[in-house]
Design a protein around this ligand. Sequence first.
Ligand SMILES: *[C@@H]1O[C@H](CO)[C@@H](O)[C@H](O)[C@H]1NC(C)=O
Ligand SMILES: *[C@@H]1O[C@H](CO)[C@@H](O)[C@H](O)[C@H]1NC(C)=O
Length: 799
Amino acid sequence: MSLLSALSLICGLLLHVSFSTSNSYPSIPRQTISYQNKLKTFREDGIFNYSTMLIREDLGMLVLGAREAIFALDLNDISVEKTAVYWRVTEEKQSECMQKGKQAEVECRNYIRTLHNVNKTTMYVCGTNAFSPTCDYMTFVDGQLRLKGKQEEGKGKCPFDPFQRYSSLMVESDLYSATSMNFLGSEPVVLRSSYLPLRTETNSNWLSEPSFVHMELVGESFKSQDGDDDKIYLFFSENAKEYDFYSKVVVSRVARVCKGDMGGQRALLRKWTSFLKARLDCSLSEASLPPIVQDVFLLKNDDWRKSVFYAVFTPPSSLSQTSLVCAYSVSAIRDIFNEGKFKTSVVLETSHTKWVMHAGEVPVPRPGACIDNVARNMGMNSSQDLPDKTLQFIRDHQLMDEAVQPMTAGPLLVVKGPLLTRIVVDCIMALDGQNYSVMFVGTENGYVNKAVNYGGEMFIIEEIQLYEEPVPISTLRLSESKGQIYAGSEFGAVQMPVSNCSRHATCVDCVLARDPYCAWDLATKQCSSVTGVSNTALQSLKEGDSTQCPQPDPVMAVNLVLVPGNNIQLLCQAHSNLAQMHWRHSGQTLCPNDKYYIYNWGLLIVGASTSDAGLYICDSVEQTAGRIYSRTVTAYQLQLSSVGRTTTPSNGFTKLFDSYGTNTTKTSSISNQDGGDLLAESQSNRVTGFEVAVILLSLMCFSLITVVIWTWSKGHLRCLKLAQSTSQSQVERQSVEYMHIQNRTSEKRRHGPQSVRPLNANNNHSAVDFKGNGGQLSTQMPNISTLDGLGYINDESEI
Ligand SMILES: *[C@@H]1O[C@H](CO)[C@@H](O)[C@H](O)[C@H]1NC(C)=O
Ligand SMILES: *[C@@H]1O[C@H](CO)[C@@H](O)[C@H](O)[C@H]1NC(C)=O
């Protein structure tokens, strides 16, 4: 027993801590949508690594590149395969690759890495081809994908190593690629394959062990007053040469080149004359090592100046679990490249190099600038006309002195826990007429977080589990026109809609979700897409104000029997991860202690006594945008039972049932208590990751105690064990079922005595015995599968 009390002391402390700490970053998604079989999925047996995607809106197709296969899927439903083509490594290639020391089954395969549009009928595709990158043209004619079999050299267009990061982009018929040129992966290059190929110099000042992430074209020539050129932006991370550190420091970068670059004439022949790079900043605190960019998405605007790059960053060391999302305006990046100071290296007496701001003169035309009106007025119509002074300067100075800062000074999103991997951003006009950027961010464990930053407040609407297995999401694509997101991973591709408003059943749920895609339609009494609601709809994104919602129907109390001495579990499911469950017993708020355990799906009363009879009300208290909302979710009326008391009280835990002996038709209605009082009584009103962890720990402690008691009291505890091992959703289901049983019983009772037997063995509803007699009852607890077997709960619509 001393072990027990020690344990409960620890748990008590933990619980206390969990209610007294708080965190300013609500990195907890408001709702968790667990994996559902209903998701549209594509996978083929024996095929893995579904990581390259090309959306063909014109053909209604998602072209999906995997290991040794390319599929054309229906954009509306990717589980529908239209056609496929296989591109397997030859035995010869595979054995060559193995002889060079690579693993046959993993590395010496053909991973499709590059998929671009050439024209309406032709695509360009490259694969790693057993460490011998190869490219080919692929046609889509008469509903069939076909490879041309051209076997073009893929060096510099596609990585050798399937595990290495790369990026590429097709602009008109030129392929821009950022990858490694050699087998060892040690010769990085930013290459343009065109009638006039251009590349970076082999010099670690240009690129130092980079990891390429993303490339994007920005059409800056459009209506340009200075006759400027379009640019290709490249995001990557690399070793920072500019830092004086004993160990390597990896930093994130944005670089750019001009589309019209033709290289130099003598200096920089066939090399970029416009390659400039700058550090990309995104941090929570100055002191820490810089985070590393993992993926970038360009949210395009008709006016390119208003286009915004969204970037995902992960911590530099595995010690941290905090990922960030920062946004950068295209015009801010452009200003740094067009007007900023350069960095230069100086050699000190100790022959040690130091990087400082270049304070001297900068030649004209400005090094790294595209050919614009300034250059044209000087008689220079192409980069080949640039003077040596300009070219020599740019050959030695690619790095800008100033770093690019995020638009909002800090991150738009901070997420603790499984790291973020990929991002897409959708822009949606909400009911208030404003545009909101909704971020969809994939994680390393198969989830997508849907988040919005409401004027500085980071809000994760929901996390959606796309894969049953905890696999990293390796590709994320958005089709705005279809309102669909496509995710790729090792095990398959999954499609999800940008929103599913019907998930919110009530007005309060719909409004508190603060989802820009959804509004509560007062006319149809449904949570619907903003594009389809009537003109009487409610939405409150920045405030999350649900007070305009119609009064909910009063909650009916469920009558239950109290057996003194037993432990009682009352179920009450939170609708939101941000909500705290508050319980009131006959008007008094219950505080968690040795007797009352309050957790996210219910209340446990340990060793109930006669004084525990009475009305129990479960309120969900949620803080949103600084306001507190409270609503009554469930209520129970605990009544002493004469039947139950005739048997000796056992030390077993009893999940409560209604009993024949009590008046089941009696219900009480409870009105919602206002949130202010509750706030005063609560010790904290925020649930943070830490708190959840502590609560989970407490629950684990609790399970431990359970196990201890269990071994000690030999099998009287099946119910509790069942409850502890049952998943949350099952518990929810159970709670609904019990209420259901109760309702059924009360219905039948009104119809006369013989219908009081709907749940006994004669009616195939065995295993449920409604006599509330302590220990005996607990041994007759139905398990979940038995409950599923009950005829009337098989109908999902009833639940
Ligand atoms: C491809 O998928 C397989 C199977 O899951 C995995 O073992 C392998 O590491 C993956 N390869 C790459 C390059 O991700
Ligand atoms: C598409 O591009 C391919 C490869 O460059 C070319 O052979 C073909 O003629 C083009 N087709 C059309 C319709 O332009």
